[in-house]
Design a binder for this molecule. Structure first.
Ligand code: ADP
Ligand code: MG
Length: 368
């Protein structure tokens, strides 16, 4: 089911009576979620992810704009009639019911033409339980399950009605690191097997990047960028997006473009064809640095960290806007490091320029 948001907006009245300022939680969102895809809604806490999800679900009413499921305008349709399955961070299972009863619950409430026979409900419950691999646990109570198992039950319950759209609000936040990894792979598998259009909310960029067909990056209720995870990482629209995606994070320097040459400090580091003279922020991905004894960029060496496959060089530079710079290099190149400073050349396609004031991307004609 394709989901289309048209100028979707949500304004909350002020919580603080004195200031009286409204909160624009979601500001004029227009985008389309293609049928059968998994979309990651991504951004820091408070940026409007849950509000967007709840408007898609019907639990919250938009202040403006429309929501379409396929060709159908569902903006005024009640949550029960939208054909959605919802999963929350805190599982929200009924503690006194078994797994089976929890999954059956939404089916027992079906009325009219959707009403199911008892046999059909039980068959359906087993079917979704098998899908999320909890069919061995049907007679247990939630308290007898691990966090990961509880979340699977919550997903099974959301799938029981065969929703047109599956909505997940930070579903992995309460799980420990290993379970989080495992469960996100599970969600991806279930989504692929069912082909249900899925919206996955998270503040964790790595999580969103790893399982989404498309990510929607948001900040303070404003859409920043939409695209395939790798495309957004490789081609950020602004400094916020560049900083939000990637571990280790992008390194930011203040720089100057003069006569189509980019300077960081005194060093002419890269050509900047077709860019006017100006001060800029320079974003350099950790993997952009290449150890090069004749390279233009000199940094003071703090430390060399070996983490599994990766060798990262921790260093400093006066023009850096962050306290430290982190460069990830080839493990084999490590022997070339000696002394108190390191010299780098840069991979041009991993270096991005941003306006000093508006922080929007400045594109060069050759150097991306
Ligand atoms: P996220 O899920 O990205 O953390 P939310 O969608 O929950 O963000 O919230 C977005 C903004 O809207 C925040 O500033 C939040 O404080 C505000 N907000 C959310 N719900 C309400 C509400 N019921 N009343 C007033 N403000 C709200
Ligand atoms: Mg939220």
């Amino acid at each position: 089911m394709q989901i289309e948001l048209r100028n979707l907006t949500k304004v909350f009245p002020s919580r603080d009576k004195k200031s009286g300022e409204e909160v624009v939680a979601v500001n004029d969102f227009t985008f389309t979620i293609p049928d059968g895809q998994l979309i990651g809604l991504l951004g820091p806490s408070g940026c409007g992810k849950s509000t967007t999800l709840y408007m898609i679900s019907g639990l919250q009413k938009p202040s403006g704009g429309q929501i379409f499921f396929g060709d159908e305008d569902v903006t005024e349709v009640s949550p029960e009639d939208r054909g959605i399955g919802l999963v929350f961070q805190n599982y929200a299972l009924y503690p006194h019911m078994t797994v089976m009863q929890n999954i059956l619950f939404p089916l027992q409430n079906l009325r009219g033409k959707d009403k199911m026979t008892k046999e059909a409900m039980i068959e359906r419950a087993h079917q979704v339980a098998r899908l999320v691999q909890i069919d061995e646990l049907m007679n247990r109570k939630p308290s007898e399950l691990s966090g990961g198992q509880q979340q699977r039950v919550a997903i099974a319950r959301a799938l029981a009605k065969m929703p047109r759209v599956l909505l997940l609000d930070e579903p992995l936040s309460n799980l420990d690191a290993r379970l989080r990894l495992q469960t996100r792979e599970e969600i991806r598998r279930i989504q692929k097997e069912t082909g249900i259009t899925t919206v996955f909310v998270t503040h964790d960029q790595e999580e969103a990047m790893s399982i989404s067909d498309m990510i929607v990056v948001m900040k303070l209720g404003v859409l920043q960028q939409i695209g395939k995870p790798q495309e957004v990482y490789d081609d950020p629209a602004n400094l916020f997006v560049a900083k939000f995606l990637g571990t280790p994070p992008i390194n930011v320097f203040s720089g100057i473009v003069h006569n189509e040459m980019l300077y960081i400090g005194e060093a002419a580091v890269l050509p900047a064809p077709s860019v006017a003279d100006q001060q800029v922020h320079v974003g350099i991905r950790p993997e952009a640095f290449v150890l090069d004894k004749d390279g233009p960029m000199t940094c003071q060496l703090n430390n060399v960290e070996v983490m599994g496959r990766d060798v990262s060089i921790v260093c400093t530079n006066e023009a850096s806007e962050n306290p430290i710079i982190r460069a990830i290099i080839d493990a084999d190149a490590r022997s070339a490091i000696s002394g108190d400073s390191v010299r780098f050349s840069l991979k041009p396609h991993k270096v991005f320029l941003f306006g000093y004031e508006d922080e929007m991307r400045i594109r060069t004609s050759e150097v991306k």
